[in-house]
Every structure is written in structure tokens, then in C-alpha cells.
Design a protein around this ligand. Structure first.
Ligand code: GLU
Length: 301
């Protein structure tokens, strides 16, 4: 299968300019390395009716094109079930009956890394499990053989982070993002993952799981986020941050693309940016785009 990059939005609402900037970067990384570029809608959770359509329309409006059909995670549940069955057959899963509260209140094991699941249900006996099953449905967790894993990232270099017995399937039967993303990337031939650096801490878990499933670990590039004026991650309430809001304020989509590319130190059209794209030259710090995001109705573009 030919190699590919991808953009994988959750259809929970409109994309904001931070998401659009990440999408442009994912496109540039893929296209500049001769990869295919895929779009995957991560609609297992948090899907809002109509959001996918608007997201795809906005991506096309800022100049992003993609190969093949858009893939939706809700149409791929058999693939996830199969991965879960393989892990279970290798003894790498267990049922967990903990509530969020129980996990918070559990005394953490000595030397356990902060934020790690305390492994409460890891060694339940069959009788204990049978009793708990009658009380509440089980989530499925990974029986991790490590507590830390390192990945290599184009922008961050070596990054080591926590791997705990993370959830693979929630107790409502929905497959967890960390499993779906690994299965999908492998199955779609994605060998380059470009996304916001808020997901860097999840990456060791995903790379470790990929190894257990016999999947190749992709190249990672976690890119800086767009921040609001207060230095926090951009959100809708920060003003005219969606393409629709900007267009409504009189800003053309081409100007949005241009401004986002400029914020990356690139020339303002996609073909020109593609011709000179060099990951090593990308800015590494989070960016503020006040003239795009800070003032609702701004026409300063
Ligand atoms: N669906 C995730 C999000 O929108 C991104 C997952 C990924 O790129 O791996 O935050």
C-alpha cells in the first residue's frame, strides 16, 4: 500500500483556525513527501449532526484536497472488534469495573506514575469478575507490559511518556480513541501522523499498542497549537475563529489560508508553500493570531 498522511477531525462542531492550520500542515507534510492524503472522520464519540459536512466544506474552501473517499470510524467497528479479539487472545486485555470516582479515590501503588490507572481490576479472580459483571458493564483495558514508552517526533525529537493499562473499549461498548486511531492508521497505510501537540502525551500509548498489534509505528509530527489572547488553547468563544465567522466578517477563505501559511513562515499560497516546505524550518512555539481570532467581526485581514 502506498504511504499516506491524514487529517482526522472529530465532527463535534466547526473547525476553528487552529484546526485548519493543523490540517494545512498535515497536507503539506504529506504532499511534500509524495504521500497520499486521507481524511478520516472520527465520529465514534462526540459527533454532532451536520458537523462533518461543514468541516469538509471548510477544508476544501481553504484549498485542501484529499485522496479517495472520506472514511468514517462508525463504519469500521468490525476492524476494532477484530483488534480487540486479537489482543484478548494474547491475554493482553482485562475487564475493568471501576467508576471514575473509584479510580480517583484509589490509593496509587508505590512508584506508580501519576495519572496511571491503579490496576485495581487487573488481577480480579473469575469469581470476583462474575460478581462485578452483575453490578455494571465492564470496560476493557490493556494489560500493559511497560509503564513508559518512547516515540520519535519530527518536531519534538525523542519523547518518552506514560503507558498505563489504558481503556480500549468503554463500558458503553464504544471503542476508545487510542485503539481506533492505531487500527485505522495501520489499516489505511498511514505512516505519517501530523496533529496538534495536545495529543503528544497519548502517543507513547498508541505507539506501544501498534507494536502489540504488529503494526508499523508511523512517523509523528506534533505541531504547535493556536492560542487565544490569554495564552490558552483557542476555543469558539474567542471570537471569529471559524471560517464561517471570518467569511461573515468579510474575510475571504484565500486570505485565511494566506494568513495561516504566513504564521508558519511560509509563502501565502498552497502551491508556493508546498514548493519550499521544510519541517525543520517550522516555528516551534504556539502561535497567537489576534487579527484572525481575537476580535469578533474583525475585518483587519
Ligand atoms: N480526532 C482527533 C481530534 O480531532 C485527532 C486524532 C488524531 O489526529 O490522531 O482531536
Amino acid at each position: 500500500m502506498t504511504s499516506a498522511g491524514r487529517f482526522a477531525p472529530s465532527p463535534s462542531g466547526e473547525l476553528h483556525i487552529g484546526n485548519l492550520r493543523t490540517a494545512l500542515l498535515a497536507w503539506l507534510f504529506a504532499r511534500s513527501t509524495g504521500r497520499r492524503f486521507l481524511l478520516r472522520v472520527e465520529d465514534l464519540d462526540r459527533a454532532r449532526a451536520g458537523a462533518e459536512e461543514v468541516q469538509l466544506r471548510d477544508l476544501a474552501a481553504i484549498g485542501i484536497d484529499w485522496d479517495g473517499d472520506v472514511v468514517r470510524q462508525t463504519e469500521r467497528t468490525e476492524l476494532y472488534a477484530d483488534a480487540l479479539r486479537r489482543l484478548a487472545a494474547d491475554g493482553l486485555t482485562y475487564e475493568c469495573f471501576c467508576t471514575r470516582r473509584e479510580i480517583q479515590e484509589a490509593p496509587s501503588a508505590p512508584h506508580a506514575p501519576q495519572g496511571a490507572y491503579p490496576r485495581t481490576c487487573r488481577d480480579l479472580t473469575e469469581a470476583q469478575r462474575a460478581r462485578r459483571r452483575a453490578e455494571r458493564p465492564a470496560a476493557v483495558r490493556l494489560r500493559a507490559g511497560v509503564s513508559e514508552w518512547a516515540v520519535s517526533d519530527v518536531l519534538h525529537g525523542r519523547y518518552a511518556g506514560l503507558v498505563d493499562d489504558f481503556v480500549l473499549e468503554r463500558n458503553d461498548g464504544v471503542v476508545a480513541y487510542n485503539l481506533a486511531v492505531v487500527v485505522d492508521d495501520a489499516e489505511q497505510g498511514v505512516d505519517q501522523v501530523v496533529r496538534g501537540d495536545d495529543l503528544l502525551p497519548s502517543t507513547p500509548r498508541q505507539a506501544y499498542l501498534a507494536g502489540l498489534l504488529g503494526c508499523r509505528v508511523p512517523e509523528y509530527a506534533h505541531v504547535p497549537l493556536v492560542l487565544n489572547a490569554a495564552g490558552r488553547r483557542l476555543a469558539k468563544r474567542d471570537g471569529a475563529v471559524t471560517l464561517a465567522a471570518l467569511v461573515n466578517a468579510g474575510v475571504r477563505p484565500e486570505r485565511v489560508t494566506e494568513r495561516l501559511l504566513e504564521s508558519l513562515g511560509l509563502p501565502g499560497s498552497l502551491p508556493e508553500a508546498l514548493a519550499v516546505f521544510d519541517p525543520a524550518a517550522l516555528p516551534r512555539d504556539p502561535v497567537l493570531l489576534p487579527e484572525l481570532s481575537g476580535y469578533a467581526g474583525s475585518t483587519r485581514l
